[in-house]
Design a protein around this ligand. Sequence first.
Ligand code: MLC
Ligand code: AMP
Length: 465
Amino acid sequence: MLTALITGDDLEDAVSTPGETMSRHELLGWACAIAERIAGAERVAVDAKAGLPTIAAVTGALLAGVPIVPIPPDAGELERAHILRDSQAALLLADDAARAGESLVQRMGISDQKQSGSMPPELPEAKRPALVLYTSGTTGPPKGVVISHAALAAGLDGLAEAWQWTAEDTLVHGLPLYHVHGLVLGVLGPLRLGGRLRHTIKPTPQLYGGTPGSMYFGVPTVWSRIANAPESARALRRARLLVSGSAPLPAPVFSKIHELSGQAPVERYGMTETLITVSARADGERRAGQVGLPLSGVRTRLVDESANVLPHDGESIGTLQVAGPTLLDGYLRGDGIEAPELVDGYFPTGDVATVGPDGWHRIVGRASTDLIKTGGYRVGAGEVEDALLLHPAVREAAVIGTPHADLGEQVTAFVVASGSLKPDELIVFVAERLAAHKRPRVVRLVDELPRNGMGKVQKKLLSGF
Ligand code: MLC
Ligand code: AMP
């Protein structure tokens, strides 16, 4: 899977963060040392703080054939404990001191292993699980999505073809290292395809503008902030590809980036369970509000509520299903992997879309109001509601996404509480338990929640509250 890393010539400045640079051979040696130490483990977790140690730890696990579970470094106590327990990770790779919620897991430092280890005698088979990425569902705590080496390889090769991504490229981004965007595309991409990686730690306009590169990755919030920082946007004229994904890119941001940088962003669409499946091409058109064409090997279709397949006429709106070599193996469940519920081999994405006669896809929205996208992060309403309900004064809670100029959507909670409770108290209460981006930005204390005759909360009515 890590072809360029393993077989490529040394590259002195293969991977860098502000202040630290590593050659390809240094990274490979460090990763091999980690691989030697963890060989044979069922599964290991990594405290996925943005930086070179996380990159070395993930690389080491992939070489050893040990599935790796990245844990968001800001995950609150509840979330961290859930991921460690649910994944049954044998070991936590982390440089920082132990935190609450991890008392039962053994730890191993990452930087302590910074020496040159030897290559594992055999590389893992392609069908072996490589990554377990925790992602939110509509209800309950996040689920571990199991992704194989083969899916990662197919996904990256599809993107390489669509984006003409080669060893000549220098990729710049500062996205988190525990999701598909920042980790799979943003780290494993250069390690498979060659070229250099510049991770800026934070995806700020100033850091993007000040870091030379040929390709830049961002979620729409990052591009929107760059569009509002004209000097940084103009500095990106030197790039050959500006890529946006993980959430809808507003048309005004697309136009502003085009105007300032001289090039229209390439939009691409995907999800944790399917990796990236649809994209505009480097050598083709880029259209505001559309996410492009299926990648090589990917098939897509639209279905209506009765499971009828809809025409690709640019007008029929249906839920998008995708099939191909990049799909997940399944969800981690107890000791095993539960296969996803496919329909004729297609994964139901839950996204609502149209497809034109020319194959161009437009994502119209999501079928469920219970998955929120804020700053490119997927947040399940149920997980936030469950955290709110742990507060002794909270009697009922309903969480939705409401429009936010910078983040796309913001987490908004409607709460029925007893006694006198301040909204800020609840925001801090959730932040202590879940990752920072999952805490509500707005808490509205209400006397009651709108319910239908069956007693079910009518979330569609809440946005007008
Ligand atoms: C946040 N803050 C709050 C708050 N919520 N403060 C008070 N009350 C609240 N409710 C704090 C934050 O902790 C932060 O503090 C500060 O406010 C600013 O927060 P922010 O506005 O959220 O911005 P920022 O931290 O700069 O994050 C924006 C961002 C981030 C775009 C950098 O959202 C991000 O990295 N998104 C990427 C998500 C991603 O990679 N998704 C890919 C999923 S994979 P402080 O102190 O920290 O500054 C996928 C598949 C695919 O989707 O297709 O790619
Ligand atoms: P995640 O599980 O975090 O990978 O989120 C996947 C979801 O992000 C998808 O189901 C979509 O709703 C959304 N998404 C990803 N890319 C795009 C895009 N380019 N445009 C619109 N939505 C997107």
